[in-house]
Write a protein that binds this ligand. Structure first.
Ligand code: FAD
Length: 565
């Protein structure tokens, strides 16, 4: 080794570099292994829907913990409360939409988005069947499958026609951005056609009769926007048609906005009366044809009402994918998926649902009601004690004082069906009386059972809640010590609790009504300013915030858009 001693530094360098190379290689290999381990360890979380629920979940979710995939036929989020403003041309459609890809990009994590519709959820295999429903597709490759570990269903709902004939073919709906744009085009079309020289007065009056079916917040807001568009912009552009324009609201209940405080619904009715908007309450549309609809009034009389444009806004129905899932998990014949207070779909593992497609059934209240039913069942004497029922209902009301602060007495077929089924029958007038009595009392409990109205506020809060749970899931699972036991199963998370932050009803003419927490009611122009500021602050991005602000300012200076493209 003597002859080679001068070469030792070379050997040392070679050895060190070899070792370090080895170390580097080993560490690189370790990194790759770690990465692939992470990849394989990361659970696949699929979110269906890019509406209020899906997007608020995505925004709050720690996406580094999961392999996140979003599936929705709509590659954008829509700020639905401003959809009625699109129908009147106050706000541009692009101003209230935000790209899902941009929202995902802002998370700076690898989130996959597929523009497709989920057709079927296969619960046992944890697989989704999805379809590309866009205009451009590769023939024979429209359908594909996705596997999930966790699935969040936030697909919302679709308009409900209640099986009334002709509604699908001839009425407008106001659910999507295209609906709002189509309505705007149709309103202007009605004016342009009515302005043609060869039409009779009757034909003109028909074309300029705008009918809104449904006196809930969407229908009323649309009627108010339409009134403003017509009276602030269109009458100036079509002066000869001024006298022939009419707006009618047909409402099944005995008041419009009946889920709001009575003061608001009365104020709205009076304001509409002053504005010349006709309100027909306790009336039901029985059928719709191309130019007229048939309506049954309070007295049961049928009337034919000619119309130029009819908007159907009576409630929401079940999406096919949700109906299919409900059938699989034994929730058939329901309108929405039933979840527990942790938003887990009953009867499915690792499947969550939120927003308009789901409802939480509060076990505790259910149990209490069950107790009352038991009381009826154990009544051996054959006569039902009305007093006992009344007392029990009072007890429930005492136990749940918040019941009153939820939706005002809303009728639930589910609860009533349960009631009719469980109460002993054929026990004479006492039983009937009792059913009536219970029906009234249960209306309030029912609102607690269904708990939440189908609103963006609920969907967004549920999305945030679920994101927090998912963010903590791993920590929660690694935690030592006993799990808290609540409801069905064991949980580390608090159940979802809805915070009602109030609701608005814009009534046109720069006036709005608001129902705020603590039974506060605010009505008038100042409330409209509150509405402007709240809806501006709630925008999903700075881009939409600026665009909406710009549209409102543009309307003040130049008026609304009245073109038809
Ligand atoms: P949505 O927001 O409807 O989102 C559903 C998503 O699922 C969409 O992206 C849809 O494309 C996608 N989807 C549908 N089918 C599938 C499928 N098969 N697979 C995958 N994805 C699917 N609420 C308020 O609180 N305040 C208001 O002022 C208000 N105003 C409203 C005005 C109008 C005109 C309307 C229509 C609604 C209004 N709402 C308001 C109600 C509110 O918009 C809804 O309650 C809310 O959108 C529900 O959120 P969601 O996430 O459940 O569903």
């Amino acid at each position: 080794w003597r002859s080679d001693y001068k070469a030792w530094p070379f050997f040392v360098v070679a050895a060190v570099s070899g070792m370090s190379g080895g170390i580097l290689m080993v560490s690189a290999e370790a990194d790759t292994k770690q990465e692939s381990k992470e990849k394989s360890v990361k659970k696949r979380l699929i979110i269906l829907g890019t509406g209020w629920g899906g997007i608020s979940l995505l925004k709050e979710l720690d996406t580094s913990q999961y392999d996140v995939t979003v599936v929705s036929p709509r590659n954008y989020f829509v700020f639905t409360p401003l959809l009625p403003s699109v129908t009147s041309g106050t706000v541009d459609a692009r101003s209230i939409t935000e790209s899902v890809r941009k929202i995902a990009r802002n998370k700076r994590k690898d989130i996959k988005y597929f523009e497709a519709e989920c057709l079927q959820i296969n619960v046992p295999t944890k697989t989704l069947l999805c379809r590309d429903i866009s205009a451009i597709k590769v023939k024979g490759k429209e359908d594909f499958y996705l596997d999930y570990d966790y699935l969040v269903i936030a697909v919302g709902a679709q308009p409900n026609t209640f099986g009334v004939q002709g509604v699908k073919d001839y009425c407008h709906f106001l659910k999507e951005i295209e609906d709002a744009e189509k309505i705007h085009q149709s309103v202007v079309d009605c004016f342009e056609t009515a302005n043609l020289p060869h039409l009779s007065d009757d034909e003109r009056r028909r074309l300029l009769h705008f009918v809104v079916i449904g006196g809930g917040p969407t229908g009323i807001e649309f009627a108010a926007e339409l009134h403003d568009l017509i009276h602030e912009d269109l009458v100036e552009l079509y002066p000869s048609l001024h006298d022939q324009v009419k707006i009618t609201v047909i409402q099944g209940a005995d008041h419009i906005l009946n889920m709001f405080d009575e003061r608001i619904s009365k104020f709205a009715e009076k304001k509409f009366q002053r504005d010349g908007v006709e309100i027909l309450t306790s009336c039901f549309v029985k059928g719709v044809t191309e130019n007229e609809l048939t309506m049954k009034d309070k007295a049961g009389q049928l009337h034919s009402i000619p119309y130029g444009l009819a908007l159907w806004s009576t409630g929401i129905g079940t999406r096919p994918v949700v109906a299919n899932l409900m059938e699989q998990v034994g929730q058939k014949n329901r309108r929405v998926l039933s979840t527990d207070e942790w938003l887990r779909v009953k009867g499915c593992e690792s499947v969550y649902a939120l927003g308009d497609c789901a409802t939480i059934e509060q076990r505790k209240i259910m149990e209490d009601i069950e107790e009352i039913f038991k009381l009826a069942d154990t009544d051996k004497s054959g006569t039902l004690s009305i007093k006992e029922f009344k007392d029990s209902m009072e007890q429930i009301k005492e136990r749940y004082p918040q019941i009153d602060s939820y939706l005002k007495a809303k009728h639930s077929n589910d609860v009533l069906a349960l009631l009719e089924e469980k109460l002993p029958r054929g026990k004479g007038s006492d039983a009937e009386l009792c059913i009536e009595d219970l029906k009234k009392a249960l209306c309030k409990v029912d609102s607690q059972l269904k708990i939440f109205p189908a609103t963006a506020q609920v969907a967004a809060q549920q999305g945030e809640y679920l994101a927090k749970c998912f963010n903590q899931l791993e920590i929660g699972e690694a935690e030592e010590g006993p799990l808290r036991v609540r409801g069905s199963g064991r949980h580390r998370f608090k159940p979802f609790q809805y915070r009602h932050l109030g609701q608005f009803a814009p009534l046109g003419g720069e006036q709005a009504a608001a129902e705020l927490p603590g039974d506060w009611v605010s009505i008038g122009r100042s409330t409209m300013w509150l509405w402007y500021s709240v809806y501006l602050s709630k925008q999903v991005s700075w881009r939409t915030r600026c665009m909406v602000f710009f549209d409102w300012s543009k309307r003040l200076v130049f008026g609304r858009d009245s073109t038809r493209m």
